[in-house]
Design a protein around this ligand. Structure first.
Ligand SMILES: NC(=O)c1ccc[n+]([C@@H]2O[C@H](COP(=O)([O-])OP(=O)(O)OC[C@H]3O[C@@H](n4cnc5c(N)ncnc54)[C@H](O)[C@@H]3O)[C@@H](O)[C@H]2O)c1
Length: 332
């Protein structure tokens, strides 16, 4: 299939591009490089620098390249920033998606895979969280994704759009060959914060926010999914799109690890001591976030290859050690 990947120069998108190429798809990446990296885009893909919300550009490229499906990763992703600057999130996540959908409609492109998030669930009522759990996001980031999901549902009804909405839990890891990986600025995720500082400075200091949660060791419990397994799920989702229907899949590992367990596993994988700085809880952090991914396994036939936390960490650490400054270092 001819596929357009918005945000394909970003962390998850760049891994998905490789998975799509491996599966035999023809890939064009559209990224404005506001956060992504040109060097992360596989040379086997075409690259367009531009805004996914530029309806004229997108409509033209969809037609010229005979695009049959869009994978929409492009978004702003910082929860804290979304609280401070909500309009940025409604603009870049919701409004950009509306403009992209408009261009797809005008160009007759009827297939979409959309990057959504566990943040649409807010504080979960049940654990593990099934896809049928009510959407009740607690920040503008989650709301911008929920609103986009709703717009997609309405387009499916109105003009036969077929979509898979993928709700990711905590994504981590890197390509096992250490050539692409996570390089966010700022970096707010626990695992790359620890491993990047170890790779850069040889020492690590970890802030743990909240040690009095109702969990076995008092720290938050999260569900980590390897970025390569997530990328594979996109290829399966692309094949699983049904005209006029929106299918929703959680993507997580179904195993929960507390922040302290992650820190201990980082110590083990890197063989380095880490200093812990215990801080009060951050507002809005649920105690436990755990996916039920049964639907993706049973309906899409998704079978994660790297569920072990230590494998996720060792791939991520190999990436950070080979590229302590991320994509800034030019690689030949
Ligand atoms: N990283 C996670 O743990 C996680 C978890 C849940 C959901 N998600 C979702 O997955 C998607 C990808 O996340 P990521 O971690 O790879 O983020 P990322 O910042 O690494 O990638 C996003 C990419 O989109 C590009 N971009 C942003 N706005 C754009 C626009 N208007 N037009 C064109 N390009 C634009 C950026 O330059 C970047 O390359 C996002 O939609 C995010 O909300 C990520």
């Amino acid at each position: 299939m001819n596929v357009l990947v918005t945000g394909g120069a970003g962390y998850i998108g760049s891994h998905a591009v490789r998975a799509l190429l491996r599966a035999g798809h023809s890939v064009t990446v559209l990224d404005d490089l506001s956060k992504g990296h040109r060097a992360a885009v596989d040379p086997g893909a075409e690259f367009i620098e531009g805004d996914a919300g530029d309806t004229v550009l997108v409509r033209r490229e969809l037609a010229a390249r005979r695009i049959e499906a869009v994978l929409h990763f492009a978004a702003s992703i910082e929860v804290a920033e979304s609280v401070a600057d909500p309009l940025k999130y409604y603009r870049n996540n919701f409004s950009t998606a509306i403009r992209l959908l408009q261009a797809m409609r005008e160009a007759g492109v009827q297939r979409l895979v959309f990057s959504s998030t566990a943040a649409v669930y807010g504080h979960p009522l049940t654990t593990p969280i099934p896809e049928s759990h009510p959407r009740q996001p607690i920040n503008p980031y989650g709301r911008s994704k929920m609103m986009t999901e709703m717009a997609i549902e309405d387009c499916a009804q109105a003009w036969g759009l077929g979509a898979c909405v993928l709700r990711y839990f905590n994504v981590a890891g890197a390509s096992p060959d250490a050539t692409i990986g996570e390089d966010h600025e700022p970096e707010s995720h626990l695992i790359p914060r620890i491993l990047r500082s170890l790779a850069r400075e040889g020492t690590g200091r970890v802030q743990i926010f909240g040690t009095d949660y109702p969990t076995p060791d008092g720290t938050c419990v999260r569900d980590y999914i390897h970025v390569e397994d997530l990328a594979d799920a996109h290829v399966l989702a692309l094949g699983g799109i049904e005209p006029g229907a929106v299918r929703v899949f959680n993507l997580g590992s179904e195993s929960g690890f507390s922040v302290r367990q992650v820190v201990d596993a980082c110590r083990k994988v890197t063989r380095t001591e880490l200093r812990i700085d215990e801080q009060p809880r951050r507002p809005g952090d649920p105690a436990v976030l755990l996916a039920s991914s049964r639907e993706a396994r049973e309906t899409l036939g998704w079978a994660p290859r790297y569920s072990e936390l230590e494998t996720i960490l060792s791939h991520a650490y190999a990436w950070h050690r080979a590229n302590p400054d991320g994509f800034k270092k030019s690689r030949s």
